[in-house]
Ligand binder design. Structure first.
Ligand code: ASP
Length: 413
């Protein structure tokens, strides 16, 4: 990677940080009149978000096809696939355990008085896990692409990529076409990211203007525990993974992942952040086939932040309702929240809908979601940024442990 590129990405990170801070300050002063923020400032964020969303489907599809077809052979694909899934699964389960431990130690629901009058949450049906499994096979792949169903798109891209891998030389033309499409998407991303500081300012201001102290204060403890558990997970688990498994300095990782982190934090969408995550992967020297394989998958199924959120919220709701969760029930939460986080789409608010599944799993009142719904955006920001860091740390791990990455077909630049 060239010096210029590193410098360039640092400047962008700083500009994004400035956009964020200005957004917080302006949002703070607009708390009395949040309409100004939502009417005049929010559109800047929405335009930025739409620009990013515009490239998600072509990017996920083309980059996954290239990622899979760029592997040497099906055995290699199988090995990398297995490693990726194991990494995703373990880090997610550990995330929930950290969340539950801190939630128990700090007594997350303690001191919160239940106001039953305010409980009017209409629980949306969380789809049963088996249904999610059935639905991931697209009976019509074009339909999946048109409706933007990420899990289905991923499954078709994986199968299509395997097809290309099997036919070898004959697949070269199509491979190159998808490679060009993916490259074009990365180039467009670089252009869109120049607008990120303004877009992030537009996303941040209304969040702060609308979530003043009145909304936040009663739930400060819940927010604190979730943020703390998330920070512990980043520092301890990702830190250890980056340092010991990938042999990269965690500080360097943090710097290079910052743009992706900040975009995830402000957009609350892993899928929306994907183009930026791909860019961060490049600055971390993660070979393109690996980034193309791990990151789109991760953006859809690997959600450590969502898992922490679901674990802590389940505990919070139980404590507020005066229900005791024994160890067995907490183990059930680890399992259901791991599955629920896999089924959670990488879009804002999706984790809250899937929380219903976790609550039902241990017989907790689903209406309890109403207690946490008011601050969902604030919680979504941290959980999404964690989700994205988890994907990047996994891609880094795969890239650094697959020693013969040079033999991957695609030019890694
Ligand atoms: N917003 C999260 C994401 O995109 C999903 C969630 O709501 O937990 O990663």
């Amino acid at each position: 990677m060239s010096e210029t590129k590193e410098r360039g990405s640092m400047t962008l990170a700083i500009r994004i940080l400035i956009g964020m801070v200005i957004g917080i300050i302006v949002g703070y002063f607009l708390q009395g009149t949040p309409e100004i923020a939502t009417t005049y400032i929010a559109p800047l964020g929405t335009i930025f978000l739409n620009l990013i969303k515009m490239i998600i489907v072509p990017m996920v599809f083309s980059s996954l096809v290239v990622g899979v077809a760029g592997m040497e052979d099906v055995t290699k694909l199988g090995r990398i696939g297995a490693k990726t899934f194991i990494y995703f699964f373990f880090t997610t389960a550990i995330a929930i355990v950290i969340g539950l431990l801190l939630g128990n130690i700090l007594n997350v629901g303690g001191g919160f008085t239940l106001d039953t009058a305010g409980l009017a949450y209409e629980a949306k049906e969380a789809p049963p896990f088996i249904q999610t499994m059935i639905n991931i096979i697209p009976s019509n792949p074009l339909n999946a692409i048109v409706s933007g169903d990420m899990l289905q798109i991923i499954v078709f891209a994986l199968i299509f990529g395997i097809g290309l891998l099997i036919i070898g030389e004959k697949g070269q033309i199509v491979f190159q076409i998808f490679d060009s499409i993916a490259e074009a998407m990365y180039a467009i991303t670089a252009g869109i990211m120049k607008l990120a500081p303004i877009g992030i300012f537009g996303l941040m201001t209304p969040v702060i203007a609308q979530n003043g102290p009145a909304v936040l204060l009663p739930l400060m403890k819940l927010i604190g525990v979730i943020y703390l558990a998330s920070i512990v997970h980043i520092v301890v688990i990702y830190g250890a993974s980056v340092k010991f498994l990938s042999k990269v300095s965690p500080i360097e990782f943090g710097k290079k992942a910052f743009t992706a982190w900040a975009t995830a934090f402000t957009t609350s969408s892993s899928s929306g952040t994907l183009p930026v995550t791909m860019q961060s992967a490049e600055t971390l020297d993660i070979p393109q086939p690996i980034a193309s394989f791990v990151l789109p998958l991760g953006a859809t199924i690997n959600m450590d932040g969502t898992a922490i959120y679901q674990g802590v919220c389940a505990l919070f709701i139980a404590q507020v309702y005066g229900l005791n969760l024994d160890l067995g029930q907490q183990m059930t939460i680890v399992l259901t929240a791991t599955l629920a986080s896999v089924g959670t789409a990488g879009v804002p608010g999706a984790g809250m809908i899937m929380l219903a599944m976790v609550l039902q799993g241990v017989g907790l009142p689903v209406e309890g979601i109403a207690l946490v719904a008011g601050v969902d955006r604030i919680l979504d920001m941290i959980r999404t940024s964690l989700n994205v860091l988890g994907d990047l740390s996994c891609a880094l791990y795969i890239s650094r442990t697959e020693s013969n990455i040079d033999s991957l077909k695609t030019d890694t630049k």
